[in-house]
Each structure stands twice: as C-alpha cells, then as structure tokens.
Design a binder for this molecule. Structure first.
Ligand SMILES: Cc1cc2nc3c(=O)[nH]c(=O)nc-3n(C[C@H](O)[C@H](O)[C@H](O)COP(=O)(O)OP(=O)(O)OC[C@H]3O[C@@H](n4cnc5c(N)ncnc54)[C@H](O)[C@@H]3O)c2cc1C
Length: 308
C-alpha cells in the first residue's frame, strides 16, 4: 500500500472521469485517476463525433487523447488499475484495486457502461461503419436511408422514434411478439408511418464488405430467414453499467445505475457519481463532461468543508 493520501480518487478514465480529473487538478487537489481498459472510454470506439459543441467533426480517439493530455498537464496522476471496492473509514476512504490499496478523502465513480453486444461475426468490425449503439449520436449520418433498430424495450423505442424523423424507414427487430416498452412510447411509435415491424425475429448475420449493407433475420415461429437491406443497425438490447464493485457503498437503481441527482452526490458522504454510470435521461459526451465538472467541484468542496 502506498503512503500518499490523495484528495480525490476517480474511478474510470472516460469523458466523465477525465473531465473530473481536469477540474480537480486545476482546483489544486491531488488526484489519482484509475482506468482499467483504455483512457477515453466508450468514445474511443467512435470513428467520428459530430455533436460535441465546438468540433464540427473529431474522431473519438483524438477527442480522448486531448482529454487525457489536458488532465495530465493539469497535474492528475493516472494508473492502469481496476478498482475492486471502495470502503469508507472514519477519516479516509480506501480504494482497493487489482494492484493494491489507495487512500483518499473523496471518490468519484465514473465507471461508465458497456453496451450488450449481439455476439455476431463482423459486429466489432462494423461498429462505426453501420453498427451503432446510439441514434442521437449517429442518426444524422443515415438521413433519408433505411435503417433498423434491434430491441424491444424503452431504449429501442426511443431510438426508433428519433430515427423515424430522420430516416426513410426504420425496421424494428425484436425477438418477442410484444414490445416491452411503456404504452405511451408504443402509441407514439404506432402513429409513425415509416416503422416496419419484424417481431419474433433475431438478427442472425451482419452482412457487408467494408461496412454494413444488410442484416439477416430469423423468425423464431416460422424458422424462415430474410435479408433486410439497410444502411445501419442501431442495437438497443441492453446497457450494462459497470457498478457491481460499488454496490455496497452506493445505492444502485433497478438497472444497476448509481442513484444520484444532477449534483452528482450519492447517498454516501464523500462519494460522487459522474457520467453514464449514474441514473440520468441522456447519456452523451456533453452530459458526461458536465457531470465530471459538477462531481469534481462538489468533491473539492467536500474535502475543503470537512477539512480532512
Ligand atoms: C460507439 C459509440 C459511439 C458514440 N458516439 C457518441 C457521439 O457521437 N456523441 C456523443 O455525445 N456520445 C457518443 N457516445 C456515447 C458517449 O461515448 C458516452 O456517453 C460517454 O463516453 C460516457 O462517458 P463516461 O466517462 O461516463 O463513461 P465511459 O466512456 O464508459 O468510461 C468509463 C471508463 O471507466 C472504466 N472503468 C469501468 N470500471 C472500472 C473500474 N472498476 N476500474 C477502473 N476503470 C473502470 C472503463 O474502462 C471506461 O474507460 C458513443 C458511444 C459509443 C459506444
């Protein structure tokens, strides 16, 4: 165990965590930022970001590199470690990782989420080339094109509704016979004229050379397969928040997101949540960096007020 006691430890080096690191370090706090995969998080997988204010277009990797170098230049220390647990002591908090233990005064959890994958060949290769996990992010790239949404829950319906205003048609592919979304959302969907339903269907292959050009679906009742020519498939079959390790220290909602308000405070004193890992309406870069700034400012105040 190292001797240094950090003011703030941030778990997760995505857009939220990197912004929190930047704000905390600029406020003169000692900061340790833990990341277990690659700095930048989800956005590193996006070839092109077109909705971040101030940048007409920027690659996800370039965006991530800029955030990381800005946070490091401000004085944040980084480490490639997986946070396994957080414990609150009388004075300090202890973050246990796969490499040891770190002590600090406040913790910001910014562990993000993972999108459930279909698990088919070509899925990774076509991500950003016809496969998307976010209609708000990528929908406008497929203006007036035929697209599909895979899923039947609220997220899938919201994606389909959003896309139906932009795209020529939206095929909604769902493995069950009924959608699992709120009635109000389903009614809105039914009022749209460009939605095509493929119920009782699963996607069995993702087709194309350098990008997605069609998907093959299989009907579980008839066992028949059909090729759908589409320019993009928006998958909405589940989001997996990365909060398992923290469920003993913060309250999680029924979907596994950390319960916290817009102030990014959790029910536990001195533990804050930022970005996609917390309950919120819109999970985007803008909201992640906003959370990072809010959580860092609150964490700085907490360490000052508590005079610890
Ligand atoms: C393919 C793709 C394209 C997208 N395109 C856009 C777009 O164009 N515009 C837009 O606004 N948004 C876009 N998004 C959404 C956007 O990327 C996210 O909303 C945003 O990146 C969330 O940032 P975050 O920091 O909260 O979480 P994440 O980016 O998920 O970062 C969390 C980080 O925490 C790390 N981590 C998790 N658990 C631990 C642990 N226990 N210990 C250490 N580290 C841990 C993870 O490895 C990860 O790096 C896109 C998402 C995807 C997947």
């Amino acid at each position: 165990m190292e001797n240094e006691i950090y003011d703030i430890i941030i778990i997760g080096g995505g857009a939220a965590g990197l912004t929190a690191a930047l704000y905390s370090a600029r406020a003169g706090k000692s900061v340790l930022l833990l990341e277990n995969t690659s700095f930048g998080g989800q956005i590193s997988y996006s070839p092109e970001v077109e909705n971040y204010p101030g940048f007409k277009s920027i690659s996800g990797l370039d965006f991530s590199d800029r955030l990381l170098s800005q946070a490091v230049a401000a004085g944040a220390k980084t480490a490639f470690e997986t946070a396994l647990s957080v414990k609150c002591g009388e004075k300090f908090k202890t973050v246990t990782t796969d490499s040891g233990e770190h002590k600090c005064r406040a913790v910001i959890i910014a562990a993000g989420l993972k999108h459930r994958k279909i698990g088919l060949e070509n899925e990774d290769r076509f991500t950003g080339k016809g496969i998307s996990y976010c209609a708000v992010c990528d929908g406008s790239l497929f203006k007036n094109k035929r697209v599909a949404v895979y899923g039947g829950g609220n997220t899938a319906i919201e994606e389909a509704l959003f896309l139906s205003d932009i795209c020529e048609s939206v095929t909604l592919i769902h493995r069950r016979n009924e959608l699992r979304a709120d009635n109000a959302e389903i009614k809105k969907l039914e009022s749209k004229e460009n939605i095509i339903y493929k119920l009782d269907c699963t996607v069995v292959s993702l087709n194309g050379e350098s990008s997605l050009t069609s998907v093959t679906v299989k009907n579980s009742k008839t066992q028949k397969t059909e090729e759908l020519k589409i320019s993009a498939l928006f998958t909405a079959i589940g989001q997996i928040p990365q909060n398992e390790a923290f469920k003993n220290i913060v309250k999680l909602d029924e979907y596994g997101f950390i319960e916290s308000g817009e102030d990014c405070k959790t029910q536990t004193d001195g533990i804050f949540a930022a970005g996609d890992c917390r309950t919120k309406e819109l999970r985007q870069l803008t909201t992640a960096v906003s959370d990072g700034a809010v959580a860092a400012t609150a964490a700085c105040k907490y360490t000052d007020l508590k005079n610890i």
